[in-house]
Write a protein that binds this ligand. Structure first.
Ligand code: C5P
Length: 226
């Protein structure tokens, strides 16, 4: 088989993006982090007071055509960074402020329609590893390989907590655990394309697995299909 489409879905902070990135690089595929796209729309909404202290979802929907998203390669770091209307927002979209609002914004059907369309275009030529919540169910229901990642909420919150501390954000573990659980709840109970495992996805629980073992397994799944 030639190039394939690899869809990686799962709960928050299961380590999807770390693995997806590594797999893409090993296969010489394009990697797309769809969470970054929902986060960038959320940052736009926060900047315009469409979500946060005050809320105006109809105005956010009306402003969607004014939102330009672009993954721009950073050659020095060897990865792509999210640009929102021409500005590099890679750091800002990872903050707790954005995490607290993102699931609300991602539940808006008009937001999903816009982003899903962009994602499908990016995957037109296959040779792509895309991670998110609805990639195997909605964006690429015909993907040749689908993986659904899970891990216990505590394992996931611990990973996320370390990540945020490394970036210098002053957060408590309890705050992070609560955010991870709340996002999972909203993501899996929303009406439009809720987070769920596609029937033909491989379930992958990585709670007690180191990164090397996870990568080996994932790479094997891919080799079997390619
Ligand atoms: O992957 P990440 O944790 O950065 O995603 C942030 C949020 O974006 C998720 O909690 C979810 O609400 C939303 N999301 C989504 N569909 C995707 C990717 C992310 O709804 N495909």
């Amino acid at each position: 088989m030639g190039k394939i489409t690899i869809a990686i879905d799962g709960y928050s902070s299961t380590g999807k993006s770390t693995l997806a990135k590594r797999l893409a690089s090993a296969l010489n595929y394009v990697y797309v982090d769809t969470g970054a796209m929902y986060r960038a729309v959320t940052l736009f909404a926060l900047n315009h007071n469409y979500v946060g202290a005050t809320e105006d979802i109809p105005s956010l929907i009306a402003a969607l055509p004014n939102i330009q998203l672009k993954f721009v390669p950073n050659k020095t770091l060897g990865l792509s960074e999210m640009h929102l209307n021409g500005l590099n927002v890679e750091k800002e979209i990872r903050t707790m402020k954005v995490s607290e609002q993102v699931s609300k914004v991602a539940a808006i059907p008009e937001v999903r329609t816009k982003l899903v369309e962009m994602q499908q275009k990016m995957g037109d030529e296959k040779g792509i590893v895309m991670d998110g919540r609805d990639i195997g169910t909605v964006v690429f229901p015909n993907a040749e390989l689908k993986i659904f990642m899970t891990a216990s909420p505590e394992t996931r919150a611990t990973r996320r907590y370390k990540e945020l501390l490394d970036r210098g954000e002053a957060v408590s573990f309890e705050e992070v655990l609560e955010n991870v659980q709340k996002r999972d709840f909203i993501d899996s109970t929303r009406e439009t394309s809720p987070l769920r495992k596609a029937d033909d996805a491989i379930e992958f629980d990585n709670s007690d697995m180191g990164i090397e073992e996870q990568f080996e397994r994932m790479h094997n799944f891919a080799q079997r299909v390619i």
